[in-house]
Design a protein around this ligand. Structure first.
Ligand code: 2HG
Ligand code: ZN
Length: 456
């Protein structure tokens, strides 16, 4: 580790004393992740205000051999944004400028530290919207969301973060600035660096700004919350709605164990008078009211036990709360192990029917809570009641996923949490290519070491 006495004065010379944070109480918020499962320590948090300042910080760190953990809103769920071995935390939150919003073409440039909700507001004010939405919108930053290729609740219709990207600005580990801004919709001029950095989790370069596509506003929204027989019935309904209505924007699934937690911690009344085995939330959005079309499709679907619909904002928000408040309700109950997995659609129901048994077989006292994005084959398996270091249930779940042809991470990334299992779903050749890319772009290994692939 580089002695702080050498590093800190030179950081102060770049960003100013106020933006090299060393007070333990202030640092604490950057040293622990949102889940509270991953904790570390750092000599300092450095908060540059511009791309040249970020470049100067990285160049200095390369010169001194000081490792860096880049951090945005610190809303990641796989421990990839906390310092593990006294790395410097490079906070990008001050890069919060939204610029060059082109209301004709529907494009905008966002600094890495712009929050998702600030971007959404800016887009809406200019007659557009942004394709990605997720519950941590007020804290999650655009740079972190690109670095982790965040997904969220609209992937079904608009894709994840990488699908919104037109261009990128990022700092390589040498301090050089890669500038693919403003990006072009079509650009086949060699390796696609923008896409390479999406999902690279701060291990290849530090993203400072991105050019993003916007989407047309869909002001009329209809939400249906359905109680269904099981997840197979939920998937049949999703398929029927998808085929009939191009306006389908979200298809979210949850189960009684999660609903009970949400109602208890958020103080909500249950949505239906009786309990049911599985719940599906659908949202359609368009220029005209989609409620009647959605109700027509649902009327001929099988396996629906009860339903509630809303088109007005308060009603829609009331129904969404049962799904959206899962993460905070689980967190209020304890510190979960979080497994964010995707399955091929045809194996999702089988996975759901086997996963609780697979967990109970290794730890009978574990309390699994499942929910997720039914339209994407993506379930969030949260497990409560475990010791933080007990990875046997994680191992059982991820092996089941791999055996069914799925992926050990759908949208949260690998971070440090999933790294030991990467070999289950990425081949030796895949990992060799990943290592080659890492050592080519970060030869001294200073960028988020030990994340995604082992360092050294
Ligand atoms: C969601 O879909 C997020 O709400 C968080 O991806 C999932 O808390 C989780 O496991
Ligand atoms: Zn999710």
């Amino acid at each position: 580790m580089v002695p702080p006495d050498t590093l800190l004065p030179r950081l102060v010379a770049i960003v100013g004393e106020r933006h090299v944070l060393t007070d333990p109480d202030v640092r604490a918020g950057y040293e622990t992740d949102w889940t509270r499962r991953y904790q570390g320590s750092t000599p300092a948090v450095v908060r540059p205000a511009s791309t040249p300042e970020v470049a100067a910080v990285i160049e200095l760190c390369r010169e001194l051999g000081a490792a860096i953990v880049p951090q945005g809103g610190n809303t990641g769920l796989v421990g990839g944004g906390v310092p593990r071995n006294r790395e410097l935390v490079l906070s990008l939150r001050r890069l919060d400028t939204i610029s060059d919003l082109d209301a004709t073409s529907g494009e905008v440039t966002a600094g890495a530290g712009v929050t998702l909700s600030a971007l959404q507001e800016a887009a809406l004010a200019h007659g557009w919207n942004f394709g990605v939405d997720l519950a941590s919108r007020d804290s999650a930053t655009i740079g972190g969301m690109v670095a982790t290729n965040a997904g969220g609740i609209r992937v079904l219709r608009y894709g994840g973060m990488r699908h919104q990207l037109l261009g990128i600005e990022a700092i390589l580990s040498s301090g050089a600035i890669v500038r693919r801004l403003p990006g072009l919709l079509k650009d086949n001029s060699g390796y696609d660096l923008t896409q390479l950095l999406a999902g690279s989790e701060g291990t290849l370069a530090v993203i400072t700004a991105v050019r993003l596509k916007l989407i047309p506003q869909q002001p009329q929204r209809a939400v249906a919350l359905l109680a269904v027989d099981d997840i197979a019935a939920a998937l049949r309904v999703v398929s029927a709605v998808r085929r009939a209505l191009s306006s389908l924007e979200a298809a979210e699934v949850f189960f009684p164990e999660g609903l009970e937690l949400v109602c208890r911690h958020a103080g909500l009344a249950p949505p239906f008078s009786a309990g049911h085995p599985c719940y599906l939330l659908l949202e359609c959005a368009g220029q005209a009211d989609e409620s009647a079309n959605l109700a027509d499709v649902l009327a001929s679907a099988t396996g629906i036990r009860d339903s509630a619909m809303a088109a007005d904002r308060p009603g829609r928000e009331r129904l969404w709360a049962y799904r959206e408040r899962h993460t905070e309700a689980i967190s209020a109950e304890g510190i979960p192990h979080k497994l964010d997995v995707t399955l091929p659609m045809a194996r999702l129901a089988e996975f759901e029917s086997r996963v609780r048994g697979a967990i109970a077989a290794v730890e009978p006292s574990a309390r699994p809570v499942l929910f997720g994005h039914a339209g994407d084959g993506n379930l969030h398996v949260n497990i409560l009641g475990l010791d933080p270091g007990d990875e046997r249930p994680d191992d059982a779940v991820l092996r089941l996923v791999a055996g069914l042809g799925g992926s050990i991470s759908a949208e949260h990334g690998i971070g440090i949490a999933k790294m030991p299992w990467l070999h289950l779903t990425r081949s030796a050749a895949d990992r060799e290519a990943m290592r080659a890319i890492k050592s080519a772009l970060d030869p001294s290994g200073i960028l988020n070491p030990g994340v995604v692939i082992p360092s050294g």
